[in-house]
Design a protein around this ligand. Structure first.
Ligand code: BG6
Length: 493
């Protein structure tokens, strides 16, 4: 349940994450009255600012399309305050503690949620100083942490080891914001709440699974961070693997956090390492018309960078349900469109009465324009027996009136405040996920002769991509020029 008497401390309050995600989400929750009435939000960062200056900055993080929102933002700032301090000294953290104590005066409990919107370099020291200087005496303490949780299995374990003496697993909330997305949260309901899907959800009926993440912009402005991590660490080891896990796991005994996470860990443990032979990597060059920059044109990126901005890889799961089924994950920056979706391709129907009839495909569109559609064959209406590909289509915007989908961060911050761990990453889950990727990451880091294939900014990725997916059995069918019927979708993409 949601605790009254809570103070949220945002560490790294002047950074990019706080600006883009944390504060807008806190404001969204505040204005929809999801936060406890007496909530206070304290910012902490190195930048020296006075109160007015800080509030001005917080306001600049948030869009105010209407007068009403503008007024709500004004109210929001009245619960915000700021302390400036270094990340590696006791004294400023004691000051932070004093400030929180003042807020808490007269309260019978003091619950504190620490949101670490911080770069990895200061992460450990801050978590230690918080425990030492700001841990609540009476009440609940929670710490929300953000990726990158290390760079490989070894560094992730080191981070975890540094956390362990100070923070109990039940106090830790590791965010993977994909777990807060509406359609990702729907996966368990779709799979386990629909008999016809549950019955076909295995290697006997499913030929391949694809999870695709595409962004139409490059790493402009983030090159410094990105070059150290690359697309595999940035979105695949976490966001896409989370989606894969939810697609592949067995039915949990209940919806409780530990039952769900037990099943997630079990499926991860059944996955062998990703093998280099099942991977292609790419890096974007200039757009064909020359107007968009190449990855290496970014000043913060070394000219000889081998960092992948695109990757397609295939994972397998060695269990009864999935043995032999390729799980193809694709992710890229600077591509032709924005889209994250899951594509389950079923096996061919028995031949005989049909010739070349396309396969069924279940497409789950995570974003944008949340939808689920099943591509299926039907008789073309009329006198002939010709078949046509059509679909069963659940497009959220058409189906649900007054659709309001919360931001992933809103949903996750609220869960953390309620103490619900279901949509956060457990320690053993993190470990299991790094294990699957680490040999590949080391191989790519070490083998200097492996250079990513160049693809033009704004294209579909490296030219070999379609052959790559086809080699795992994926059959592309443009039968009769089939296109998902977006024309009748109000928000045409
Ligand atoms: C972040 C990555 O975790 O996820 C970014 O660091 C990426 O590189 C982002 O752009 C994608 O999130 P969303 O919610 O916009 O799909």
């Amino acid at each position: 349940e949601l605790k009254e008497n809570t103070v949220i401390v945002v560490l790294g309050a002047s950074g990019d994450l706080a600006k883009k995600k944390t504060f807008p989400a806190l404001f969204g929750l505040f204005r929809n009255k999801f936060l406890p009435k007496d909530i206070k939000i304290v910012g902490y960062a190195r930048t020296k600012m006075d109160h007015t200056e800080y509030l001005k900055r917080v306001k600049s993080y948030i869009k105010t399309p209407t007068k009403e929102v503008e007024e709500q933002l004004e109210q929001f700032t009245s619960i915000c305050s700021y302390i400036a301090g270094q990340y590696d000294q006791d004294e400023p953290f004691q000051q932070l503690d004093k400030h929180i104590n003042e807020i808490e005066e007269g309260r019978k409990e003091n619950n504190r949620v620490f949101y670490m919107a911080l770069p990895p370099s200061v992460f450990t020291t801050v978590s230690q100083h918080l425990k030492k200087n700001c841990y609540p005496k009476e009440g609940i303490a929670r710490i929300i942490i953000e990726k990158p949780f290390g760079k490989d299995l070894g560094s992730s374990r080191q981070l975890q080891k540094a956390l362990e003496p100070n923070w109990k697993e039940e106090e830790i909330f590791r965010i993977d914001h994909y777990l807060g997305k509406e359609m990702v949260k729907n996966l368990l309901i779709l799979r386990f709440g629909n008999e016809f899907l549950g019955a076909t959800w295995n290697r006997n009926h499913i030929d391949s699974v694809q999870i695709t993440f595409k962004e139409p912009f490059g790493t402009e402005g983030r090159g410094g961070y990105f070059d150290e991590f690359g697309i595999i660490r940035d979105v695949m080891q976490n966001h896409l693997l989370q989606v894969l896990t939810l697609l592949a796991m067995e039915r949990p005994i209940s919806f409780s956090a530990e039952d769900i996470r037990d099943e997630k860990v079990r499926v991860l443990r059944g996955m062998p390492h990703i093998e280099p032979k099942n991977v292609i990597i790419g890096q974007y060059g200039k757009s064909l018309d020359g107007t968009k920059p190449a990855y290496k044109d970014d000043d913060t990126v070394p000219k000889d960078s081998r960092c992948p901005t695109f990757c397609a890889m295939v994972a397998f799961i060695k269990n009864e349900r999935w043995d032999g089924v390729p799980f193809i994950m694709k992710a890229g920056k600077a591509l032709n469109e924005q889209k994250t979706e899951i594509r389950i391709q079923f096996k061919d129907v028995t031949s005989g009465i049909f010739k070349d009839i396309p396969r069924n495909e279940l497409v789950i569109r995570i974003q944008p324009n949340e939808s689920v559609y099943l591509k299926m064959n039907s008789k073309l209406p009329g006198l002939s027996m010709q078949t046509v590909v059509t679909e069963l289509d659940l497009t959220y915007r058409r189906r649900f009136s007054d659709l309001k989908i919360p931001e992933a961060y809103e949903s996750l911050i609220l869960d953390a405040m309620k103490g619900d761990h279901s949509n956060f990453v457990r320690d053993d889950e993190l470990d299991a996920s790094w294990r699957i990727f680490t040999p590949l990451l080391h191989y790519l880091d070490d083998k200097k002769e492996i250079v990513p294939m160049e693809y033009p900014y704004g294209s579909r990725g490296p030219a070999v991509l379609d052959d790559f997916t086809a080699s795992y059995g994926y059959k592309f069918s443009d039968a009769a020029g089939y296109q998902w019927n977006t024309a009748s979708t109000p928000n045409k993409l």
